[in-house]
Ligand binder design. Structure first.
Ligand code: KG4
Ligand code: ZN
Length: 332
């Protein structure tokens, strides 16, 4: 059995976790920076980097202490090396390098997207390659044929906004605050999804990709046309938006099912949305395919998925040198 320490700092969550090759999470911490960014209505990269720099090292100490371990007990240090906000990525990666050097352990420079992509295998030991992955987060919206560790075939991506970005921007328009995704989901529970007729870009087309910019603009226009909108309008708009976004995700995923084998897996922050999970489960059932979704906490950013990607890579001997670069952009 191997134990990997994972570090995540690519956006606004500072996270540390210890995960074993037999899928136990020995200890983990996730510190959200929502409070720091809320006044600005979005993540401020400089503030995020400063918070990671303050918190990451003490969190490593806490997580090791909680598991009753020292660095000498771990078999590898996995740190997110991109893609993401470069200041935060550099802090996590340099911290990982320092720990690896101090304890003479291998470094695993993890692609954050691969962390999301493999996360379902941490909680579901029966999930084998290949599978069709819908990866939906704040910065990405992709369909991938996952053929193995480090082996991805991209089937579709977004031609404009990521779906999480559309959630966040629509929430802002409706005055639902930051972070937007969970706020939209909450508001939508009491709303009428048919009140606003919003577009479903690319629905039913032969084009494999996603597009959400038109949906986002339609929310802006419909909202601006309302006279003194209140809580019910917020709920109805949230429900109408969520229904339209879900229809787009389901339609594009259905198209990809024709060309990719295996179970349907969903991951990334937006995958914590219960409405979207339910719709995808229904789609998989219609096609007689298994549906696998990690628990909601494992969908949003965390370090357990980074440690797990580290476990998978370490098992294959895929380790990195101390010169591993931090990358703002790093497609799978
Ligand atoms: O994976 P993640 O935590 O960070 C990135 O790698 O981007 O994803 C964050 C995104 C944000 O856009 C957030 O609004 C969205 O996931 N999100 C949600 C929900 N929870 C988080 N979107 C819809 N419904 C949710 N419950
Ligand atoms: Zn993420």
């Amino acid at each position: 059995m191997s134990i990997v320490l994972g570090l995540e700092s690519s956006c606004d969550e500072t996270a540390v976790a210890l995960v074993t090759s037999d899928r136990q999470i020995l200890a983990q911490r996730i510190a959200s920076q929502d409070e720091a960014h809320r006044p600005f209505g979005g993540v401020v990269p400089e503030l995020a980097a400063r918070a990671h720099a303050e918190r990451l090292a003490p969190m490593v100490e806490t997580v090791l202490a909680e598991a009753g371990l020292t660095l000498a007990d771990v078999d590898g240090i996995a740190a997110t090396a991109g893609p993401g906000l470069i200041g935060g990525v550099m802090i996590g990666l340099v911290t990982g390098k320092a720990l690896a050097m101090a304890a003479d352990k291998p470094l695993i420079a993890v692609n954050h997207l691969e962390g999301h992509a493999l996360s379902a295998r941490l909680t579901d030991s029966s999930l084998e390659f290949p599978y069709l992955l819908l990866l939906v987060s704040g910065g990405h919206c992709q369909l991938l044929a996952v053929e193995g560790v480090g082996r991805f075939r991209r089937l579709a991506t977004t031609i404009d906004d990521a779906v999480g970005e559309a959630f966040d921007k629509s929430a802002k328009v409706m005055g639902l605050g930051f972070p937007g995704g969970p706020a939209v989901e909450r508001a939508a529970r009491g709303g009428d999804p048919r009140r606003f007729a919003l577009p479903r870009p690319l629905l039913g087309t032969d084009e494999p990709h996603f597009s959400f910019a038109g949906l986002k603009s339609a929310v802006l226009r419909s909202w601006a046309a309302l006279d003194a909108p209140g809580a019910q309008a917020q709920a109805d708009m949230a429900a109408s938006f969520q229904a339209a976004a879900t229809d787009c995700l389901v339609d594009r995923t259905a198209r990809a099912m024709a060309v990719a084998k295996g179970p349907l897996v969903v991951a990334g922050g937006v995958a914590s949305n219960a409405h979207i999970r339910g719709a995808l489960a229904g789609l998989a059932e219609t096609h007689g395919r298994r549906f696998v979704a990690p628990p909601a906490w494992l969908c949003t950013d965390n370090a357990a998925m980074i440690a797990w990607a580290g476990v998978e890579r370490l098992a294959l001997g895929l380790v990195d040198g101390l010169d591993a670069p931090a990358r703002a952009r790093w497609p799978l």
